[in-house]
Write a protein that binds this ligand. Structure first.
Ligand SMILES: Cc1cc2nc3c(=O)[nH]c(=O)nc-3n(C[C@H](O)[C@H](O)[C@H](O)COP(=O)(O)OP(=O)(O)OC[C@H]3O[C@@H](n4cnc5c(N)ncnc54)[C@H](O)[C@@H]3O)c2cc1C
Length: 804
């Protein structure tokens, strides 16, 4: 065993082996993997080996597509068999809502190059004659679905990695991981200590324990999972070709052919978290006790859907554990707060996702960033507010919802009120219907007493429509108030704070008392943040950005930190309100003796304002595109601030507004949103963020070379705004844009402008196809909707309200 290495991967399941292979594939050969037993000694050996592309997150779905296509390459490279059965698969839809979800997925697949198809019940019957299609409306067929041999595949990854120079050490448990002052690691194993520049935790079922060795909490939990294999049955062996997979979300089951019999697995409601207080160190190749009572309802349902099961005897029952993160997606990337410690765990579908996880992590380690946006699986998408008490019930919820329809507006019920602000009860009394963002309760809208106090999950317009319209018009006609607790906020201090910001941001750093919007770029020129930078003094700046990005931003800041710069995450410590609308200034000036007239407090000014007894930091900006102010105080003073503002606001009929209204208001001004229009898949030039770039500033800012190169070459696609002719369903995101019978682009987000009474969509179109009044079709839930490009914003085109 070698004792020094660039990378030491811990864990020889399918994920660890995939990471090892991808590191060698991308050029790092001084890498090794340490496994406590044989390869596949965790979840991997139990797996049913199914693979599919369907995933609610588009980038995850694309990575699943990559994983599936990789198997042929592995077989060719190694000469080993992965035991591939590319039999195709169909997911059944037995409700209109599930059909909507299939239609939305199918639409996304068009520009992802995935050839899925919507199929009728008759076609499903033909594809899978053992399926009783009573009650089935249709389905989504994916020719890429199939299954493989889990052990063969893992060994193929391992062989390919060895061929690339990697070393694999078996029967060698890691006992300790100790960091040296220079950030490298001593990996203490049974066979001796390995000095590694980087560690990858691919410990699967034991990832929690491995993380704890380094003082890290990784939010994942193992769940028990059961599948059955039947005896041989003529309905299977008399066929001349293999049956396709059938996913029956209504019955929470997945089914496929196994040899001459059938294999069917269940995601049952009465599920069990496994090993709550930790995975036993000696757990290995044993199975868990069968718990048929837990799946009896699902089995009964399956007997009706697949009557052949009533006749085929059960040969084997497998009950094995595997791990999930709270949202079901993997935990990948650099662990915040620890240098050179990488996570590759929480992978619940190793044979659909393992290749994509390996590729993304290897790119991240070698190039400093992954090729596509990995936010959905970034280990830092959960902040330090997370704990086992949050993870466990969310994992149970996720397991139970494995086959549920995921609605774009849905707010899940488990682990709610995890974090609240002092305003929570006040808003609740006013009819707030809350959602959760990054563990924090956020008012989505305010229902009147005669309206439902929950929002119906749907792909179409929800029952929040009227309330949202009221709130939008309250802002546009007079003044609205909402919280600014759900912005990420960072205080940057130090004598070289300006210099540091100038290097890390790609825009202009404002003068004292002023605000400037700033893109933050990766070295490859991708958008990794959009910040409001406020200069409070030459040595103190406030940054505001997307709330859900806190741990990701802090990780980046720390990686690119500088001596003498203090960076403090004050997201929940400094909260307050924004007031917005034509009467916002009147409300503010009635609360203070300070001069807040336009002449003295201009658009993009920031200053302290005395509001009664409170000293607040006030910024003249608003995402509503209207006259507006963001007013920040310490969290303990939020209620006092609320009283002051509402006392004067009453005279102007000031109304609270929630996130649904905010997202409608931003459409009026074509404002993009982080995670939709702006994300690491896109660049400033593509998204219009170039207007906030200071391309030629003298500083060698991060991403400068790539940004300048892109400016010189021009962007091949650009974000456009469309007005869409719709009935009851607006654009949500990732709908294909059609031109002359071809998919030429896709939407990033959209919605209904309650102010302009128009359905609006943002989307990318190839630059050479963009022209005034460009007419396209946007495919929404399976229907072609005519859409016209618009260039003039819908509200206040002169910006006289916002700027004057
Ligand atoms: C019943 C069942 C059915 C499934 N069906 C499917 C399916 O059809 N399709 C699909 O995609 N997925 C399926 N899965 C899930 C799949 O098995 C997992 O996604 C996958 O195996 C995760 O792989 P991993 O490498 O992350 O973890 P693991 O397989 O758990 O590997 C972790 C490895 O780390 C090693 N290790 C841990 N601690 C140490 C240490 N201290 N020192 C050295 N080595 C250590 C372990 O020995 C182990 O080999 C199923 C799982 C189960 C249980």
């Amino acid at each position: 065993m070698k004792t020094t290495t660039k990378v030491c991967i811990i864990g020889g399941g399918v994920v660890g082996c995939s990471v090892l292979y991808h590191l060698t594939k991308l050029g790092w050969s001084d890498v090794m993997l340490v496994e406590r037993s044989e390869l596949t000694s965790g979840s991997t050996w139990h797996a049913a080996g199914g693979f599919h592309t369907l995933n609610g997150d588009t980038n995850m779905a694309a990575l699943q597509g990559y994983t599936i296509r990789l198997y042929k390459e592995l077989e060719e490279l190694t000469g080993m068999s992965c035991g591939l059965h590319h039999v195709g698969g169909v997911t059944l839809a037995d409700t209109p809502e599930r059909m909507d979800m299939m239609l939305a997925e199918r639409a996304k697949h068009r520009f992802m190059g995935l050839n899925t198809e919507i199929v009728t019940p008759e076609e499903i019957q033909k594809l899978s004659p053992i399926t009783n299609v009573d009650g089935v409306i249709g389905g989504l067929y994916d020719p890429l679905d199939g299954h493989l041999d889990p052990s063969g595949t893992t060994h193929a990854y391992a062989k390919a990695a060895r061929m690339g120079g990697a070393e694999i050490v078996l029967h060698n448990p890691v006992i300790e991981t100790n960091q040296r002052p220079d950030g490298t690691w001593d990996v203490v194993t049974k066979l001796g200590t390995i000095h590694a520049e980087h560690i990858v935790n691919a410990g699967g079922l034991w990832a929690r324990e491995l993380g704890a060795m380094a003082g890290v909490y990784l939010p994942l939990h193992p769940m028990e999972h059961q599948y059955l294999v039947t005896e041989e049955t003529p309905e299977v062996y008399e066929r001349d070709h293999e049956l396709p997979h059938v996913m029956d979300p209504g019955g929470e089951s997945y089914l496929r052919q196994e040899g001459r019999g059938i294999c069917i697995g269940f995601y049952e409601q009465a599920c069990d978290p496994w090993a709550v207080s930790g995975t036993p160190a000696d757990f290995g190749h044993e199975l868990l006790e069968n718990k048929l009572d837990r799946i009896s309802d699902s089995v009964e349902f399956a007997f009706n859907r697949f009557p052949v099961l009533q006749r085929a005897g059960i040969k084997t029952i497998i009950n094995g554990p595997f791990t999930f993160a709270p949202d079901g997606n993997p935990l990948v990337g650099p662990v915040p707060g620890l240098r050179n410690y990488w996570s590759a765990c929480g992978v619940m579908a190793g044979f659909s996702q393992g290749g994509g996880v390996g590729l993304s992590l290897a790119q991240w380690m070698i190039d400093g960033e992954a090729e596509r946006d990995v936010a959905a699986m970034d280990v830092a998408r959960f902040g330090d507010w997370i704990s086992a008490d949050y993870t466990r019930p969310k994992v149970v919820e996720n397991y139970q919802r494995r086959f549920s329809v995921s609605y774009p507006n849905e707010e899940l019920p488990v682990a709610r009120e995890w974090n609240t602000t002092p305003m929570y009860d006040t808003w609740a009394e006013q009819g707030a219907v809350f959602g959760a963002q990054y563990g924090m309760e956020v008012a989505n809208y305010f229902a009147t007493p005669d309206e439902a106090d929950y929002e119906t999950p749907t792909f179409r317009r929800s029952n929040a429509f009227n309330a949202t319209a009221r709130e939008v018009m309250a802002v546009r006609n007079s003044v609205g108030i909402n919280e600014v607790h759900n912005f990420g906020k960072y205080r940057i201090m130090g004598t070289d704070a300006r210099g540091w910001l100038d290097r890390i941001m790609a825009g202009r750093i404002p003068k004292p008392g002023r605000i400037a919007l700033n893109p933050m770029l990766s070295p490859k020129g991708k958008l990794i943040g959009d910040f409001t930078v406020s200069c409070l003094s030459e040595t103190e700046f406030l940054l505001t950005a997307s709330f859900g990005m806190q741990a990701i931003h802090m990780r980046w800041f720390e990686q690119h930190g500088a001596d003498g710069i203090t960076i403090e995450n004050i997201s929940t410590a400094r909260i307050g309100f924004q007031i917005s609308g034509p009467n916002a200034r009147k409300v503010l000036s009635a609360c203070t003796m300070d001069d807040v007239s336009h002449e003295n407090f201009k658009f993009l000014d920031v200053r302290e304002v005395q509001l009664g007894r409170l000293k607040a930091l006030v910024q003249r900006v608003s995402y509503t595109g209207d006259l507006g102010y963001e007013i920040y105080v310490d969290a303990a003073e939020q209620l006092k601030l609320y009283k002051i503002l509402t006392h004067t606001g009453r005279a102007y009929n000031m109304k609270p507004f929630g996130m649904r209204a905010m997202m409608s208001l931003r459409l009026d001004k074509f404002f993009g949103s982080w995670g939709s229009e702006f994300c690491p898949d896109y660049t400033p030039l593509e998204t219009g963020m170039d207007r906030f770039m200071a391309y030629d500033k003298p500083t060698d800012y991060l991403g400068k070379a790539a940004a300048l190169a892109e400016r010189a070459a021009g962007a091949t696609r650009k974000l456009c705004t469309f007005e869409v002719e719709v009935d009851d369903a607006d654009v949500i995101g990732y709908e294909p844009i059609w031109l002359d019978g071809k998919v030429v682009g896709f939407c990033t987000s959209g919605g209904y402008s309650h102010y302009a009474k128009k359905s609006i969509a943002f989307g990318f179109v190839p630059t050479d196809q963009i022209k005034p009044d460009l007419a396209v079709d946007i495919e929404i839930l399976g229907e072609m909707r005519p859409a016209k490009r618009i260039e003039q914003v819908l509200f206040d085109p002169e910006s006289s309200r916002m700027r004057c």
